[in-house]
Design a protein around this ligand. Structure first.
Ligand SMILES: *Cc1c(COP(=O)(O)O)cnc(C)c1O
Length: 392
C-alpha cells in the first residue's frame, strides 16, 4: 500500500510503526536520560558520529523523534525538532540564525515573550528589528539591509488577528536569500502550511492546539534537514531547552485528534463571530475568514478555515472590560489558547503587558481589545455566557 497522503490519516499514523515497538499500538514512552553502550569503542563511535544510536536524551530520544517525524510530515517539511516550550523553539531558531549587529524584519504584532526576546537581543547583541505590516512587496523590499538575517512572521498575529500574505513575503525574501520563519501556532498545519508556500521554518507553541488539552508546555520547529539538524546540534543541544519524553508522549496523544478538534474550533468560532458582530456592545470583531476583515482575501488564500481564535473590541473603559471578564462563568479567564475549554484574556494587561504602551497602541492592542480562544463546548453555551456578561 502507498503511504497515505491525506492529513486526517497522516496525523494518526505518520512517524510510527507498531512493528518496530513490539506491536505496541501507541508509541512507547522512553522515559530515560541516557543510553547504555555495549563497549567503550561503541561509545567512541557514537560520539564521532560513525555509528547511529542514542547517547543522551538531550541529543535524541525515540519518543521525541516519533513526534518530530509526525510534525515534519504534517507541515510538509523534511525534519522536525521538539523543545521544552514554544519560547525555547523561538529562541533556538532566532539565536541560530543571527549574530551581533544583524537585523530582523518582523511582523508588526507578535507574541509578548517573542517581543521580549527581540528586545533583549537588541539590547545585548545590537540586533535591530523593524516591525512591519508587510502589506506590499515594496514595503518588505525597502526594509532589507545587507545585515538582514531573518524575516520573522506571525500570521494570524497574536492577538489582533491581522494577516500577512506569505506568498508576497517569500517572493522578496527569496530574491535576497533571507530565511522566512513563521509562527504557525494559531493555524496548525491543518489550516495553514507555510513551508508549502516557500517559507523556510515553521514554529509552534505545541502548548496550544497541537497538545490541545491544556496539560503540557512544549514547542516545535520544522524546516529542511540540514538547517534543523544544525539547530539540534547547536542551540538546542547547548542551550538545552529540551522536551521531556513524557511531554512528547502527551503531544503524540493530543495530535491524533487535531483535525477533529480544529474543525470544531472553527465551527464554533464562525457561529460566535456572527453573534458578536451584531451585538451593540461590540465595536469590532477580528477573525481571518470574516468578510469585512481587510485581510479576508489573504485569509482565503492561505488558510483553509479561519481557526479558533477571535479578538474583539468592546465599547467602554478598561474597567468595563475587566468587569465583563469577571461576569463570565463557563468561559475561563486564562492566557493560554487552543484548549477544549473556552478561554478569554485581556492582552493589554496580560499577554502583551511587556510591550511598551506606544508599541502596543501601534500594534492595535487597545485597552478594549479582548482575545477569545473558542473551545469545544456547544457554541450556544459559549454564546449564552458571553451574552449574559455583556448585557448585565
Ligand atoms: C504561546 C505562544 C508562544 C510561546 O509558547 P510557549 O509554549 O508558551 O513557550 C509563541 N507564539 C505564540 C503565537 C503563542 O501563542
Amino acid at each position: 500500500m502507498q503511504k497515505p497522503s491525506r492529513f486526517e490519516t497522516k496525523v494518526i499514523h505518520e512517524g510510527y510503526n507498531a512493528r518496530d515497538m513490539l506491536g505496541s499500538l501507541t508509541p512507547p514512552l522512553f522515559q530515560t536520560s541516557t543510553y547504555v553502550f555495549d563497549s567503550a569503542e561503541q561509545g567512541e563511535k557514537r560520539f564521532k558520529g560513525e555509528e547511529e544510536g542514542y547517547i543522551y536524551s538531550r541529543l535524541g530520544n525515540p519518543t521525541v523523534e516519533i513526534l518530530e517525524e509526525k510534525i515534519a510530515a504534517l507541515e510538509k517539511g523534511e525534519r522536525g525538532l521538539a523543545f521544552a516550550s514554544g519560547m525555547a523553539a523561538v529562541s533556538a531558531i532566532l539565536l541560530f540564525l543571527t549574530k551581533t549587529q544583524d537585523h530582523i524584519i518582523c511582523s508588526a504584532g507578535l507574541y509578548g515573550c517573542t517581543f521580549g526576546l527581540l528586545s533583549m537581543m537588541k539590547e545585548k547583541y545590537g540586533i535591530s528589528v523593524d516591525f512591519s505590516n508587510m502589506r506590499t512587496e515594496e514595503e518588505v523590499r525597502s526594509l532589507i539591509k545587507p545585515e538582514t538575517s531573518v524575516i520573522y512572521i506571525e500570521t494570524p498575529i497574536n492577538p489582533t488577528m491581522q494577516l500577512i500574505d506569505l506568498e508576497k513575503v517569500v517572493k522578496v525574501a527569496k530574491e535576497a536569500a533571507i530565511p522566512v520563519v513563521v509562527d504557525n501556532t494559531f493555524s496548525t498545519p491543518y489550516l495553514q502550511r507555510p513551508l508549502e508556500i516557500g517559507c523556510d521554518v515553521v514554529i509552534h507553541s505545541a502548548t496550544k492546539y497541537i497538545g490541545g488539552h491544556g496539560d503540557v508546555i512544549a514547542g516545535l520547529l520544522v524546516g529542511n534537514k540540514k538547517l534543523i539538524e544544525e539547530v539540534a546540534m547547536t542551540t538546542r543541544k547547548d542551550i538545552g531547552g529540551i522536551i521531556s519524553p513524557f511531554d512528547a508522549w502527551l503531544l503524540l496523544r493530543g495530535l491524533k485528534s487535531l483535525h477533529v478538534r480544529m474543525d470544531r474550533h472553527c465551527d464554533n468560532a464562525e457561529k460566535l463571530v456572527e453573534k458578536l458582530k451584531n451585538h451593540p456592545k461590540i465595536k469590532h470583531v477580528y477573525y481571518p475568514h470574516e468578510e469585512q476583515n481587510p485581510n479576508f482575501e489573504i485569509g482565503k488564500k492561505q488558510m483553509a478555515r479561519g481557526g479558533g481564535m477571535i479578538s474583539f473590541e468592546m465599547i467602554g473603559t478598561k474597567s468595563d472590560v475587566q468587569q465583563f471578564l469577571n461576569r463570565l462563568s463557563l468561559i475561563k479567564i486564562a492566557v493560554s489558547l487552543g484548549d477544549a475549554e473556552t478561554l478569554i484574556e485581556h492582552p493589554a494587561t496580560m499577554t502583551h503587558a511587556v510591550v511598551p504602551e506606544k508599541e502596543r497602541q501601534s500594534m492595535g492592542i487597545t485597552d478594549q481589545l479582548v482575545r477569545l480562544s473558542v473551545g469545544l463546548e456547544a457554541w450556544e453555551d459559549i454564546w449564552e455566557d458571553l451574552k449574559q456578561a455583556l448585557e448585565k
